[in-house]
Design a protein around this ligand. Structure first.
Ligand code: PLP
Length: 434
């Protein structure tokens, strides 16, 4: 199948080109030319399938012309080697726990799949140059990408992060990942890191000498596997109640709208979700768009849900490519925005009333779901991170300490390798070429 650019339907690429380029040459985002609609019979039987079985079947529908069946089977089964349970929290309200992967955040699904798919294409081109993945991070993305690509042959990952800008646990999650991951501590801010990476991608001379690629959610291969868990949530809901499965909504904590774009893709494939609730923190660009019809990026501000601090949601073009104008978007997506106090309040309240602990990102989505639910509807909130990843706000909200899960402790025990470089593009360029 070909992948077209959201800026121009006639600019297309193969799957391999789309994933190694990341962004289309005209600055658009790649989208599949055809979105396969799943047969009704398949959806009716989905309740009996495991997460991996669903993932493999969906991957086959989307990628069978581009990836051999055996290899695709291994890529999917290896990506999804952790559970994604639909956990009942309150009457008619569930959390889809996407945080049982190696870095305990939802990005594990997309990055593990992307890493394995890139490795597959590299293995089929003997003599291919090493591919260098550059990731600026304020915490979570770097950890997920480093772990998604750790030990993947032919690929080296450089994680750029602000000195003093992230926690010790976050740094440990990528600085101890392995020999093909370099942790680059930058004497500057997160914005400096982002700029340095952007300049590297634009430096034609550098790009002739080494192969660079990106692993953010602009990469279509991160979005496809995220459709798997939407269908798996539906399968689990069917097993609980057919009635609930015929009348449900899904709430998502949104930043760059990657998760929302995957959800809409799943709906186009036939997921019978009534609508999505997209919930932002005070960086509410998409919420403003839903209200006013105008999409106006602006610099982001810090919050206690840091993975939502995005000022220019990159996947916006995909949302409108799939749904149309703002009127049509509003029919499928409702938007909300909450501040830090409201996040804390929600964590406290859900903990007291239901004995369930949400992380700040999941709490935002939960609050939006509660406000949007209509009588008779069932609500699913995507729980995108484990609460122990954000101990300070969560412990303050629930009034007691959280236990550190083994997965996170393991990172703290690993040997950390860090290189410190100056802020500014030259420091990065010199480091990459040395
Ligand atoms: C990245 C992230 C999000 C936001 O997802 P988008 O796809 O960028 O909208 C939400 N929660 C957590 C924990 C994340 O790491």
């Amino acid at each position: 199948m070909r992948y077209y650019s959201t800026r121009n339907y006639n600019v297309t690429a193969s799957l391999a080109d789309a994933i190694f380029k990341g962004m289309a040459p005209d600055g658009g985002l790649f989208m599949p030319e055809r979105i396969v609609r799943l047969p009704k019979a398949y959806l009716n039987n989905i309740g009996g399938m495991s997460l991996q079985e669903i993932g493999y079947a969906l991957a086959n529908f989307a990628l069978s012309g581009d990836v051999e069946a055996d290899a695709l089977h291994d890529i999917v089964y290896d990506t999804l080697n952790f559970p994604i349970p639909l956990t009942p929290v309150a009457d008619g309200r569930y959390a889809l726990e996407l945080f049982h992967g190696p870095t305990m955040a939802y990005k594990d699904v997309g990055t593990r799949f992307l890493g394995r798919l890139m490795a597959y294409f590299l293995q089929r081109q003997p003599g291919a140059r090493r591919v260098n993945v550059l990731v600026p991070t304020s915490g979570d993305t770097g950890a997920a990408v480093a772990n998604g690509f750790a030990q993947v042959p032919g690929i080296h990952v450089y994680v750029l992060y602000p000195q003093d800008g992230i926690s010790y646990v976050q740094e440990a999650q990528f600085a101890s990942s392995g020999s093909n991951v370099t942790a680059l501590e930058v004497r500057g801010t997160f914005d400096d890191c982002k700029h340095m990476v952007e300049q590297a991608f634009m430096d034609e001379d550098l790009n002739r000498q080494i192969t660079l690629t990106s692993a953010t959610s602009i990469n279509i291969a991160r979005l496809l596997p995220q459709t798997f868990y939407y269908f798996y949530a539906y399968a689990q809901l069917m097993n609980i109640s057919h009635e609930a499965a015929s009348n449900f909504i899904i709430a998502i904590p949104s930043a760059n709208l990657g998760n929302l774009a995957s959800g809409i893709l799943a709906r186009r494939m036939g997921l019978p979700v009534k609508r999505f609730v997209s919930v932002e923190n005070v960086n509410n660009i998409f919420y403003q768009y839903l209200n006013t019809g105008r999409f106006t990026p602006r610099p982001s501000v810090y919050s206690i849900a840091p993975a939502l601090d995005a000022g220019n949601p990159t996947n916006f073009a995909r949302i409108t490519a799939m749904l149309g104008d703002v009127q049509q978007v509003r029919e499928v997506v409702h938007g909300y925005s909450f501040n830090d106090d409201e996040i804390i309040q929600t964590i406290t309240q859900v903990n007291q009333e239901h004995g369930y602990t949400l992380d700040p990102h999941s709490a935002i989505a939960w609050r939006g779901m509660e406000q949007d639910l209509q009588p008779g509807e069932t609500g699913i909130t995507l729980a995108t991170a484990h609460p122990a990843k954000f101990p300070q706000p969560v412990e303050a909200a629930i009034g007691h300490e959280l236990e550190m899960p083994l997965q996170l402790v393991r990172f703290l025990r690993g040997t950390r390798h860090v290189t410190t470089i100056n802020s500014g593009y030259n420091a990065l360029r010199n480091f990459l070429l040395q």
